[in-house]
Write a protein that binds this ligand. Structure first.
Ligand SMILES: Nc1ncnc2c1ncn2[C@@H]1O[C@H](COP(=O)(O)OP(=O)(O)OP(=O)(O)O)[C@@H](O)[C@H]1O
Length: 246
């Protein structure tokens, strides 16, 4: 049997006296949408940072397709087939939407922007613009666009690297309900292509409607996991949220 696409085994991340993640174990299969939820400070972003190599685990293991990746630098992990977006949008003020997509391709800037080269790259940029509804703003400076569109640019930029696992940190933050519904449809289409998605999100209707499974973190510990309908009724989850919702 093939190993899970992503697996964490007893992953622990400490910052001085703070245990941001304590013995977290989880796995994700190819083509699955897994949501990570939890109150502020629960360890969600830390989880992304240990998976992508921004942080080095204090103990435990992260495996991608069965291969340990903890300790590898972020660019090597990315090359294995992981791409992410960030909670705070990170776009370049001097670059257009299309330029963000050109430079994010595995083959790099030169392949698709230089005259006479990179037809395949240019086709992929065109496909990304079409798929993510960015065609009309392809030549606009990305940071001048509405917030919800900037989020889509970020996701398209991650997608164009053709990852097998896409990590999305609060993808619908700042989006209105229509934009969020459209993004949910897009993410489902990525799953249909076989791409796995791991997402952090505070928007409960979005998460509940989209994810195949949820993992709930509270104070760095997994307190529940399973299908959304089951997790939403779990007394520990209700406690964690009601305790911080005031
Ligand atoms: N680089 C760091 N140095 C020290 N402490 C950190 C660092 N990164 C995270 N922490 C701590 O780890 C804990 C988990 O933080 P994290 O940002 O992962 O939570 P989160 O669930 O993503 O929160 P939010 O929903 O507010 O984004 C917090 O107590 C935070 O202060």
């Amino acid at each position: 049997m093939s190993p899970p696409l992503l697996e964490l085994r007893d992953a622990t991340m400490r910052f001085g006296g703070v245990t941001a993640l304590g013995d977290v174990s989880l796995s994700l299969a190819a083509g699955e949408i897994l949501g990570v939820i939890g109150p502020n400070g629960a360890g969600k972003t830390t989880l992304f940072n240990v998976i992508t190599g921004a942080y080095r685990l204090t103990s435990g293991a992260v495996l991608f397709e069965g291969r340990p990746i903890q300790g590898l630098p972020p660019h090597r992990i990315a090359r294995l087939g992981l791409a992410r977006t960030f909670q705070n949008i990170r776009l370049f003020p001097s670059m257009t939407v299309a330029e963000h997509l050109h430079v994010a391709q595995p083959s790099g800037f030169a392949a698709s922007l230089l005259p006479g080269g990179g037809d395949a790259g240019r086709a992929r940029v065109a496909a990304a613009l079409e798929r993510f509804g960015l065609g009309p703003c392809r030549d606009r400076l990305a940071t001048t666009l509405p917030y919800g569109v900037q989020r889509r640019v970020e996701i398209a930029r991650a997608w164009i690297a053709q990852p097998r696992l896409l990590l999305l940190d609060e993808p619908v933050a700042g989006m209105n309900p229509e934009e969020a519904a459209a993004l949910a449809g897009l993410i489902r289409s990525l799953r249909a292509d076989g791409m796995a998605v791991l997402l952090i999100e505070h928007d409960m209707p979005f998460v509940m409607g989209l994810c195949d499974r949820l993992q709930v973190l509270d104070f760095g510990t997994l307190i529940a996991s399973g299908p959304p309908e089951r997790v939403r009724q779990d007394p520990r989850v209700l406690d964690a949220y009601l305790g911080t919702a005031a």
